[in-house]
Design a protein around this ligand. Structure first.
Ligand code: ADP
Ligand code: MG
Length: 540
């Protein structure tokens, strides 16, 4: 409003105008202030909004956390529900289990009670049995004691019987007769021997001293023939069992006795097996199969080692008696392709000798075995030339032991009675087959062989017969065999006759003949055996 207009207005209005203008001015100032404040507030608002935005993000996170927490709570509460449900189920099962266990336990308890009762009853029974057992043990102990006493008595008696038997044998002149029954042969062996035997067994060992032979003739009842010998070997008895009975005789050789061991029996009865062992070289490699000859040689060398106070020398000679001729199996004539023939002569002392007989020195057991092996090979070589079958000849292996005192005085002189060397002989004889060869139908070489074997073996039997009957004349010289073995059969040697027999029915006649020969040998009574060490007499 212009100043003119104001001057024209009443005062009152003017006043009022002024007031109003003032008020307006104030108001405008207020508005400015308010605008400023508003601007400030806007700024603050903007700030606040920024902060609010920020706090909104935090809120979102918090709400997310809150939501997660809510979820976790949910899961926990779900889990709690499940757990409580499972617990309820478990409680139920536990209740069931408890009642089952209680039932079961009751059951077991009842059964245990029953078992316990049973156990008690059994314990009573055992106690009762124990008492009876104790009684029986005492009885058994008593029986054992008396059995031991009886055994001791039996052993003493056996020992006494053995001593008496030995004395008797010494008085009889020390002829021992053993009998060995061989087993039935397997077919392949029978073929090799050109024999066929049925499995009908008629010969048995009743005990270790008795042989029984069932004889059956057509139209007649069977008869059991009984024979007694010092020792009877059953078919299953081993080579070592046989040698155990022979062993003491080897001791005798070093004790100063002459010893002769001869195998008698038909072809195929086991003479060579008993004396040497199996035929083939490789079978003989098996030590358990070795026969008397290698075992005796081994024992001899073993005993020699046990006597270091004496000096011993061993010599080997091997003779074959074929068709009443003597062949030196250690002297081979390569030109003639034969072993050299030898003769027997009677020395001044009335004893028989074989001059120029080859004696090979043996320092060790192996030397003996080599010489015997060589001798046997020559026998085979020689046999193919002069006879077809080695069982058609007698084989005599002699081990001569010269014993002298170790003082060095081994001079071979009769003047010095002290320390004079002593010679003792161990003769090991594998006789020719004793089968009764029928002369009809046999011709040529076979007939000649058969008649010589028959003659030599009957000469052996005649010598035994003459000795048994104490005849003044003993027909030693009827054959080279008996002549050669004169010292051993009738002289001062210990003689062991090993009868070899087959158990089969087919060979009843031959077995009877062999057992008859053995019985005859048992009846021989000779002068007591002479001990070379005591008589101090030279042999050979
Ligand atoms: P021999 O010499 O009397 O003619 P052998 O000793 O040659 O008889 O024996 C004939 C066969 O019987 C051989 O094959 C041998 O191995 C076997 N034989 C003999 N005796 C026995 C035995 N006691 N144990 C096993 N086999 C044996
Ligand atoms: Mg033979």
């Amino acid at each position: 409003m212009s100043a003119v207009t104001i001057i024209n207005m009443p005062l009152v209005y003017q006043e009022k105008m002024k007031q109003l203008e003032h008020k307006l001015q104030v108001k405008e100032e207020n508005i400015i202030v308010l605008k400023t404040e508003n601007a400030i507030l806007h700024l603050k608002l903007a700030e606040c909004m920024t902060q609010t935005l920020k706090s909104n993000e935090g809120y979102a996170q918090i709400s997310e956390i809150y939501n997660q927490k809510k979820n976790v709570h949910q899961i926990i509460s779900d889990t709690l529900i499940q757990v409580s449900l499972a617990m309820q189920g478990l409680k139920l099962n536990l209740g069931l289990l408890r009642s089952f266990v209680v039932d079961h336990l009751e059951n077991i308890q009842n059964r245990l009670k029953e078992q316990f009762q049973l156990l008690l009853n059994n314990a009573k029974i055992i106690q009762h049995s124990n008492q009876r057992l104790q009684g029986m043990t005492e009885k058994v102990l008593m029986l054992e004691r008396s059995l031991r006493e009886v055994n001791e008595k039996y052993n003493t008696e056996k020992e006494r019987r053995k001593i008496m038997h030995n004395n008797l044998i010494e008085l009889k002149g020390n002829i021992r007769v053993h009998c060995r029954i061989r087993p039935c042969l397997p077919i392949n062996r029978q073929k090799l021997l050109n024999q066929q035997e049925s499995s009908t067994v008629v010969t048995f060992a009743l005990d270790d001293e008795t042989v029984s032979l069932k004889c059956k003739r057509p139209g007649q009842p069977a008869v059991d023939k009984i024979f007694h010998f010092e020792r009877v070997f059953k078919p299953n008895e081993s080579q070592s069992a046989v040698f155990e009975e022979v062993r003491p005789l080897i001791t005798s050789v070093l004790d100063g006795y002459n010893v002769c061991i001869m195998a008698y029996g038909q072809t195929g009865s086991g003479k060579t097996y008993t004396m040497m062992g199996p035929h083939s070289e490789c079978e003989r490699e098996n030590h358990t199969e070795l026969g008397i000859i290698p075992r005796a040689a081994e024992e001899l060398f073993r005993l020699i080692l046990e006597k270091p106070e004496e000096s011993h020398s061993v010599e080997v000679s091997i003779l074959e008696v074929y068709n009443n001729d003597l062949y030196d199996l250690l002297a081979y004539d390569s030109h003639a392709g034969l072993c050299l023939k030898r003769d027997i002569v009677i020395g001044k002392d009335g004893k028989s000798y074989v001059p120029s007989l080859t004696h090979k020195h043996a320092a060790y057991i192996e030397d003996v075995l080599d010489l015997v092996k060589k001798g046997l090979q020559l026998r085979v070589k020689h046999s193919t030339l002069i006879h077809a079958n080695s069982s058609r000849s007698h084989l005599v292996v002699t081990l001569t032991v010269t014993t002298s005192a170790k003082s060095g005085e081994t001079v071979d002189t009769f003047n010095s009675q002290k320390h004079k060397p002593i010679k003792t002989k161990l003769q090991l004889v594998d006789l020719a087959g004793s089968e009764c060869v029928g002369m009809s139908g046999v011709q040529g070489v076979a007939l000649r062989e058969a008649s010589f074997i028959n003659r030599s073996l009957s000469a052996l039997s005649d010598v035994l017969g003459a000795l048994a009957e104490h005849r003044t004349h003993i027909p030693y010289r009827n054959s080279k065999l008996t002549h050669l073995l004169q010292d051993s059969i009738g002289g001062d040697a210990k003689l062991l006759v090993m009868l070899c027999i087959s158990p089969c029915q087919k060979f009843t006649t031959e077995t009877l003949q062999t057992l008859g020969f053995g019985t005859r040998a048992c009846q021989v009574s000779r002068v007591p055996v002479k001990n070379m060490k005591h008589t101090l007499k030279m042999h050979y």
